[in-house]
Design a protein around this ligand. Structure first.
Ligand SMILES: C[S@@+](CC[C@H](N)C(=O)[O-])C[C@H]1O[C@@H](n2cnc3c(N)ncnc32)[C@H](O)[C@@H]1O
Length: 196
């Protein structure tokens, strides 16, 4: 597998320099979708900065509408960018307490395996952004992906698995996709990893 080289990653368009002054450690979400998880999270954790990154314009627009309807909470920072490009340029080493990856596209075909986050060299860079006891929380509705992510994070990327929670109750849904899967009667898996 090739190494991740942040200098080779294009800088995302937008002025994100203001983020450099945010109090650390911060929390990050990769692939925030319509922002439901992030908005729920800041309601419960009002003292910490949460940067929620979404790459598609369509989802980001819906996120912003929900963010404004919620009174634009100041500790939540919605970012419209590809998370890989954004993190490569604007997230400092040793500055993140926890990274959430909620229901990433599973890219189910064998030929797409290298597009799954847990298979990417980018994971080694994410590791360096986390503080010493930093964590990754990874959610999926697919048992095979939960198993694959657990193997990769523990055997390749130097994380310990702390918890694997199965969610079945739709009333406990914390993101739009989690709600959709639970309403279909599927099991959702929430995996919690800690940096070794
Ligand atoms: C299946 S949806 C899940 C959305 C949300 N996390 C949820 O649980 O409801 C995956 C989201 O990740 C976004 N995404 C995928 N790759 C991304 C990347 N590299 N940077 C930012 N967003 C990304 C997609 O645009 C999509 O909105």
């Amino acid at each position: 597998m090739r190494n991740f080289c942040s200098q080779k990653i294009p800088r995302p368009i937008g002025d994100f320099q203001f983020l450099q002054n945010k109090q650390e450690p911060i929390y990050l979400e990769i692939g925030a979708g319509t922002g439901d998880f992030a908005l729920n999270w800041v309601k419960k954790n009002s003292n910490d900065y949460f940067i929620a990154i979404e790459k598609t314009s369509e989802k980001f627009k819906k996120f912003i509408n929900k963010y404004e309807a919620a009174g634009s909470p100041s500790q939540l920072i919605p970012v419209h960018a590809n998370a890989i490009n954004f993190i490569a340029h604007f997230v400092k080493e040793n500055s993140v307490k926890k990274i959430f990856i909620n229901y990433p596209n599973p890219y189910p075909k064998k030929s797409q395996a290298n597009k799954r986050f847990h298979n990417m060299p980018f994971m080694s860079f994410l590791f360096t952004r986390l503080i010493n006891d930093g964590e990754i929380e990874y959610a999926t509705n697919l048992e095979s992906i939960a198993k694959e992510a657990t193997s990769l994070l523990t055997e390749k990327w130097n994380f310990d698995i702390m918890k694997c929670k199965k969610i079945l109750d739709v009333n406990l849904a914390s993101s739009a996709f989690e709600k959709k899967y639970l309403e279909r009667g599927e099991i959702c898996y929430r995996l919690q990893f800690k940096k070794k």
